[in-house]
Structure formats: structure tokens, C-alpha cells
Design a protein around this ligand. Sequence first.
Ligand SMILES: [Zn+2]
Length: 434
Amino acid sequence: MKKLLLLLAVLLLAALPALAEVEITLTAAPCRLDYDFTVPGQNFVYLTFKNNYQQGSMTLYSEDYHYAGSIDLVSSYKGGLTNVTLQNVHLQTIGKGRIELPADESYPIPTGNSDVRVQNLKLIETPEGFIYSFNAPGADFMLLDCHSRQEDFTLPVYPIDDEGNFMGKVTMPLTYARTQMTISVCNFKGHVKKDAICYKGYEAPAKPEIQPGRLSGLVVCIDPGHQEQTKFVSEPRGPGWTQKSSTTPGMALGTHTLRRESIVVLEIAMKLRDALMAEGATVVMTREIQDTFVSNIERADIAANAGAHILLRLHCDNSSQQNRTGINIYIPRDSEYAKAVADQPTYEHMGQLLLDQMKTAVGYDLIEHTGVVRANNNYIGSNWAQMPCFLIEMGFMSNKREDLLLAHPTYQQWLAEGMVNGIYDVAVFRGILQ
Ligand SMILES: [Zn+2]
């Protein structure tokens, strides 16, 4: 039996079409690597790189299938062999390359001094990484150990004056916004060590002007799910219901990117806000920052107080089955507020209008099993919504492919555009817009 299975597996593998090998042109510079390649028919590819000092992966996007760019390898100053692997959107390896990175000669040879003391270590967050400052009299260099969930490297730094003051900027290109960075200052032998922690900055895009368009007159409330702060607030599960439920701090975490759901949905919410305002809609948001706390009923209240016609609640999904993918939309079922909005078939139809536009926008087949509309009583904020309310699970962060896509600005933009088209369809269906 085992032999038969093995034979079947071999036959199956032989039947699969061989993947074309992508020719990757790599050009190396000190602490930098330039890449150039073409992958016909693929808008997204995943690039992984690795050398003795640094490793990482990034999702790349190209409109015309030609990819060219640079990887900043700040800590690879000693040079050495760097390997590059390319995968397509189905995570099959489609190309490999390797190149010798030259050492950066501008770094002086450290002498080491184990007697120094490190004082006044301060870190300031920036969207790129952090700014450090400290004082270490007598040191001709120090080492910065930079660590986050996505990156880990050591960087030599040099004093800016004769008093042993150190100050400079470090970029951590693969570390995402609102991620904790731990920085240790040590000498060559690791004898002195001082640690500090800071968060990588997040810069919310400035609010644009409302442009006249097909959504003029429409008020949309965007509710980016979850948040940074944790509180246990007990709230009735729906209007008139005695059963209460606590807000839970649980949220999805990207299995590959290690990104938090609360940050991914905030990024997409900002793109959705700008896309709606560009077409005439008035937008209110339940939160615009990460470091806050808004309860579920408060989220529904913000939408009601703003006179919102539609409430979109943005989330990302999580499953123990790592191959689960797709967009799912949840609508409230038995709450009296939901029943006042529409009967269930009508509510479901509106959800389907939204889902179809989103699936079209990201390239999912409309009949493929990559999304459904479901009614339930599980979500307090939805049960309390007094307008059409859709809780959208925009993809599975437990699936490597969707986790990588959800982190990418272009895919986020596609999701936002799909939601704008869906909101328009729902508003026309409701008779709010012509
Ligand atoms: Zn969620």
C-alpha cells in the first residue's frame, strides 16, 4: 500500500508542469543589494534573502511584471555571500540567485575597550526605525544589538565627538509599525551592556479633502477592529438582551509577517477612508490610532451619532487550518436593531453585493469558495448597529499567502477599492444614492 501511494505521488509530481526558472539579475554594493527580474503574469512575488548577518523576506508588487529595486542590508557591513529566493503567489519557488556582497571599507577596525560605561541611553521612535543617543567616555566604537520580531542584527556605531557622545539614526526596514524594538549597547567583548525599548513609529496619513463624486451625501463609518490597549468591559450582547459579554484582547497575528491584526486593519481603514472621500463620502472612524481603547457598543454609538448610513467593521481572520483563505462577511441576525434595518434575506443580499465587489477587486473567482456572507449573533458591535453593518474578515492571517498579501500596500488598496464599489452598490440598493 505504501509503495502504491509513493508511486502515485511520483506520478502526480511528474504530471505537474515544470515551473519556469526566473533569471534574477543581482548587483551588490556595500550594505545594499539591487535586484532586477521579470515574472510574466505575476503581480506579486515573495523575495527572501539571507547572509551571515541578516535575513528577511518581502512581498513585491509590479504592474507590468518587471521587478527592480534595492534591499537595504544595514548590518551586512562585513560583506559575504547573500542568497536570494523568489516564490510566486502560490509560494512555489520560481528562481534563485546568489551574490558576494563587498565589505564596507568605511567601517574602521574596532579596537575594543571593556572599561567603558554607557550612560543616558535614549531611543526616539521614527517611522523608519529609531534615533539613538548615549554617552560612553573613552569608547572609540560600540555595538548596537537591534532586535524586533521581524529583525535581528548588530551594528557598529562611532562617537560624534571627543567626549564619547554617540548619536545616530538606524533604519529597520522589515520591522512593521507599532512593533517593539529592543536595543542593547555593548562593546566588542559584550562586557558593558545597556538595554532600552521603544516602539517603531506609525504615521497616520493626513486626512484629505472630500472631492465631489458618486458617493456625495453618503456618510460611512469605518470601524478598524481591535486596538493596542486592553480593558475588560462587560456589555449587553444586544439591545434588550440581558446576557453580557466582555471585550476580549484576542486578535489575529500574521503567521509569516508576525504583524498584528489591529495594525493591518488600521492601514486598510486609512486607505478606505481616503478612497471614500475621493468619491464624495463623509467618513467617520471609530479609531484612527493604535494606542487607544474603544468598546464594542461605543463603536456602534460612534456610527449612530455621526448619522452613518453604513458601518463597515474591518477584521482579519485566523484559523487552525492554515490552508483556509478568502473574504467572509458577517451580518447581525436576531437583534431588534438589525431587524429594523432589513429582513434577513435583504440584509444578506447587501452583504453579497459588498462581497462580490471585494472578491472582484482582489482577483478571487466569484464562484470559488473564497468567501460567504453569514448571519450570527456573535458580534456585540454589530448587534447594536442601527444601520446596515458588515463585519468583514478580509483574509486569513493564519495563511502565509494571505498574510503576506494583507501586509502589502497594493493589496490593501485593492481591498479598499472593492469596499468602495460595494458601498456604492449597497447605497444604491437602499435608495440612499441614485
Ligand atoms: Zn478581529
